[in-house]
Design a binder for this molecule. Structure first.
Ligand code: NAD
Length: 309
């Protein structure tokens, strides 16, 4: 299967290396020139528990040179989805399937504005990866990838993609309700991402706070209320269980959340697509979401004052 990965940072490179290793034809497409050059010259290096492996993956900054792919995986941060999908159109032919496993709200809408719903697959993944340097990533343990076609249909093409991902070790779980899994992950990230970015703590230490339950439920209940207004039925206890489940060193409790990594590196975060999106949608429905509103303001304040920090 010919696969192009648009936005080949930490996760794009992780998925790219795993798909390549299982025999797929993979091209990484990223607008970060130094990173692409490094991969072209020295291969993509993946640091894992057993050492470092190098993969001679094709990489380019120019989507026009790739040709039409069978599958395009969008793996930019959420704030770049609108741009990347337009730039990627030369790779998307009449039969190309487009998969997003990005975090946050709005990615599916940005993609389906340009690609018919019946060729868009969405979902979430809990594989964790860090970008260490241009051309170098660190694979953080294993995980699972839950996904479904946006139109809810299970077709042969969809099952073939699931099979290719499974053969690469990406552990696909087909989930009937794709918006439900996306919102559940948004609720999960809405708890840990801003709290970690503001306190600079690891998830494990956030979970040790004596009133963590109250704080987490405060954020989760607001997300659940807004999801309900959008006809997405997610369960607070189910989300709280997933929040609790990572509070061990084995389950990424020792890792820095991506928003904390972004803030430490003085980069834009995905806050507008997490707590910020909840606050915006809540305002439309007249729902009060004080926890999410305050958290999104505080992160935005951090982001806009990097030069003074
Ligand atoms: P990242 O910042 O490491 O990679 C994003 C890449 O997109 C960068 O290399 C950047 O240069 C590239 N990019 C930006 N705009 C582009 C454009 N217009 N054209 C081409 N390339 C462009 O991010 P990441 O950590 O890989 O995360 C990607 C998505 O996956 C996010 O939504 C994130 O929340 C989600 N996610 C990340 C992890 C993780 O462990 N890193 C886990 C699960 C989900």
């Amino acid at each position: 299967m010919k696969i192009a990965i648009a936005g080949a940072g930490a996760m794009g490179c992780r998925f790219g290396s795993m798909l390549y290793e299982s025999g797929q034809s993979v091209t990484l497409v990223d607008n970060w020139r130094e990173h692409v050059e490094e991969i072209r010259n020295n291969g993509l290096r993946v640091i894992h528990e057993g050492g470092t492996s190098a993969f001679p993956l094709q990489a380019t900054t120019d989507p026009a040179t790739v040709g039409v792919a069978d599958l395009v995986i969008i793996f930019t941060k959420a704030m770049h989805t609108k741009t990347v999908i337009v730039n990627t159109l030369p790779i998307i032919g009449p039969h190309t399937q487009v998969l997003t496993l990005q975090n946050g709200l709005g990615n599916v809408e940005a993609i389906t504005a340009h690609v018919p719903r019946e060729r868009v697959i969405a979902g979430v993944t809990n594989f964790g990866t860090e970008l260490v340097a241009p051309g170098v990533i660190r694979a953080l343990g294993s995980g699972e990838t839950s996904m479904m076609r946006v139109d809810g249909q299970i077709t042969e093409e969809f099952l073939l993609i699931c099979d290719r991902l499974n053969k690469s070790g990406l552990h696909v779980k087909i989930e009937p309700d794709v918006m439900k899994i996306i919102w559940k992950k948004v609720a999960f990230n809405a708890v840990y991402n801003p709290l970690a970015a503001l306190t600079r703590l690891k998830t494990l230490d956030i979970g040790r706070y004596e009133k963590f339950d109250r704080l987490a439920y405060g954020i989760i209940d607001e997300v659940v209320a807004v999801a309900k207004a959008e006809n997405v039925d997610i369960d607070r206890e189910d989300i709280y269980t997933s929040v609790q489940s990572v509070l061990t060193p084995e389950m990424s409790g020792e890792h820095l959340t991506s928003m904390l990594q972004d803030v430490l590196a003085k980069r834009e975060t995905e806050i507008a697509f997490l707590n910020g999106a909840i606050a915006d949608k809540a305002a439309q429905y007249g729902i009060a979401v004080p926890y999410n509103t305050l958290l999104s303001h505080l992160i935005r304040m951090l982001e806009t004052t990097y030069s003074k920090q």
